[in-house]
Design a protein around this ligand. Structure first.
Ligand code: HEC
Ligand code: HEC
Ligand code: HEC
Ligand code: HEC
Length: 465
């Protein structure tokens, strides 16, 4: 959540400088790093999630889509969090089975200037065996949940936005069936946003990356009843290409004996002809503004370490980190890792016995004091920080980094050379792991080191004498 104060600063600045009415939306996946929360980190994850909500409240979000990942700590937790949110959590397809009602608001309406905007949310499916929902709740497929809602929205709204974490493929299908949706904000699982593409004449899709590394700003000029300007009509073009391909295939099959494929190709061709026809019909804009073209400008702004912070949000981030450190400093949590046993690590003191020159150089480096750095920041128990600031590096199980023995409380020899217990016992038959740029990039990622350069920074290590 470190980037939130920078994101907040940028939003405030953008909104002030554009002095036009705006909506702040998020496709979803904001609360957790993965689809399920590790038991050991349940409390820490919940503290972080609450901090994120406070920050979003301060930024002034209008609405956020509920994604499957936001359910990682269970439905009850999200429903509690919802009560603390000043923005609306949107999902049209999380349904109570017995009464058919939505557990979240399916839509919101906003007047933006003289345009009436409707926003709808759709949640992606959980795996079949998931225990995150209770027995009474289900996530309905969009084909069941959308028809009634879109019908109602199109009746009295000029512009419709869908917030969703469904796959890009699903979004394309939705655009095909519902030309009334004008913008799909798709919460992607990768870091980077995805430039807008016009799926159809009336539907554009834009992808927002995870972890808030970018903020996206779309400046939209919309004439109700019009179509997007200079649309590349991606869907229609691919469908037409597919039709041409099937036609050629069909022609070939005609001239050949044993044409058992003929029927299959023919029926696919019929389906695709129907889709194209529907899409071409949908292209006929409604009477008003039919000749006008609407347009947008899109911008992604990357959040960097050197950007200014929003003061109040920064305070929320700091308070959250303080709470986490206090939580994880409990002896019950720190005791579990405090022995130097598993995974073949031995600690730098053992290496020093045979490689004193390297050890002396290393001791002067910042790697050697990386844990002291966390102590100074009062973050020495935070599993969001520890994996890169201690020796036993395990990103998949960050809780193991809490309360480690003092010989591993640093970026030590074994971060780069691999676990070295067996090498230390028998250096000739057990070689260490070769060091590559990838080794460094486990930690020196842009979020934490904007200017890492392997060749240049390697020289600073002084390990090769
Ligand atoms: C008992 C003495 C001893 C200890 C303890 C020891 N090494 Fe070594 N190390 C050696 C010797 C001897 C070689 C040279 C091996 C060769 O040339 O085949 C070596 C070679 C290396 C090399 C060169 C590449 C390789 O694997 O041959 C690296 C890197 C290295 N050690 C790192 C470490 C690290 C890190 C530790 C602590 C985890 C460590 N060593 C502990 C004796 C030791
Ligand atoms: C386990 C995580 C980790 C790995 C792997 C790692 N580093 Fe670091 N590195 C750090 C941390 C954390 C710091 C900052 C420590 C501090 O200041 O408290 C750092 C600091 C540095 C610095 C000092 C920065 C400066 O400008 O003085 C250099 C240089 C560096 N690393 C180079 C490398 C290289 C080269 C590699 C790969 C061969 C590497 N690091 C691998 C975590 C790592
Ligand atoms: C993905 C690995 C990674 C994580 C996670 C990480 N750090 Fe670091 N940290 C680094 C690296 C690499 C450097 C060295 C950067 C440089 O020299 O430019 C560093 C440097 C630092 C520094 C000294 C330089 C500075 O920017 O002031 C501090 C303080 C620091 N980290 C604190 C933290 C805290 C607090 C957390 C958790 C909230 C954390 N780090 C999480 C990799 C990480
Ligand atoms: C940040 C990463 C990093 C850390 C930490 C580190 N090394 Fe190295 N070390 C390297 C790299 C890179 C080389 C160059 C050889 C290679 O590519 O394997 C190297 C080389 C060596 C060599 C072989 C030297 C030679 O002349 O061939 C030894 C021995 C060694 N390191 C021991 C240590 C010991 C002991 C420590 C801890 C006190 C340590 N290293 C900490 C990255 C590191």
């Amino acid at each position: 959540m470190g980037g939130l104060s920078k994101k907040a600063y940028q939003f405030t600045k953008l909104i002030k400088s554009s002095n036009r009415p705006s909506l702040i939306l998020d496709g979803g996946s904001l609360l957790f790093k993965s689809n399920s929360v590790q038991n050991k980190l349940a409390n820490q994850s919940e503290i972080t999630a609450k901090g994120i909500i406070k920050a979003y409240n301060l930024i002034g979000y209008d609405a956020v889509g509920v994604s499957r990942r936001d359910l990682a700590a269970g439905l009850d937790f999200l429903l509690k969090i919802k009560e603390k949110s000043k923005f609306t959590w949107l999902s049209a397809n999380i349904i109570n089975k017995s009464n058919g009602h939505s557990l979240f608001k399916p839509t919101i309406s906003r007047n933006i200037g003289d345009i009436k905007v409707g926003v709808v949310g759709l949640t992606n499916q959980l795996p079949a065996n998931s225990k995150l929902l209770d027995k009474d709740t289900e996530i309905k497929p969009w084909r069941d949940a959308l028809p009634a809602i879109i019908n109602e929205l199109t009746r009295d709204h000029d512009f419709i936005i869908l917030l969703t974490s469904l796959s890009a493929g699903e979004c394309r299908k939705i655009a095909e069936v519902y030309p009334g949706i004008n913008l799909i904000i798709h919460a992607k699982d990768s870091d980077v946003g995805q430039l807008p593409i016009n799926l159809t004449e009336t539907t554009t899709m834009v992808g927002t990356g995870k972890k808030g590394k970018y903020i996206g700003m779309m400046d939209i000029k919309w004439y109700p009843g019009s179509t997007w300007q200079a649309a590349n009509h991606e869907l229609l073009t691919t469908k037409r290409r597919e039709r041409d391909r099937l036609n050629r295939q069909l022609a070939l099959l005609k001239d050949r004996p044993g044409r058992n494929n003929y029927q299959k190709v023919q029926s696919r061709l019929i389906t695709i002809e129907n889709t194209i026809e529907k899409m071409e019909l949908a292209r006929e804009p409604s009477a008003k503004n039919a000749a006008l073209k609407s347009s947008y400008k899109n911008r992604f702004i990357a959040m960097g370490k050197s950007m200014p912070d929003h003061a109040a949000v920064l305070e929320v981030v700091k308070e959250t980190k303080r709470l986490i450190n206090r939580l994880n400093s409990k002896p019950t949590i720190t005791a579990q890792n405090s022995t130097l046993t598993n995974k073949g690590f031995t600690g730098w003191q053992t290496c020093r016995k045979c490689h004193s020159d390297q050890a002396n150089n290393w001791q002067k480096s910042r790697h050697a004091s990386s844990f002291q750095t966390l102590i100074k920041k009062n973050q020495q128990f935070n599993s969001d920080c520890l994996p890169c600031h201690v020796t036993r590096f395990d990103k998949r199980d960050p809780a193991t980094a809490i309360g480690m023995p003092s010989d591993l409380q640093m970026v030590g020899c074994e971060n780069c050379h691999g676990p070295g217990a067996s090498h230390s016992a028998n250096p000739i038959s057990h070689k260490t792991t070769p060091v590559t740029a990838k080794t460094c990039l486990n930690c020196h990622i842009p979020d934490h080191d904007e200017s890492f350069n392997f060749v240049r920074d390697l020289k600073k290590l002084n390990c090769i004498l």
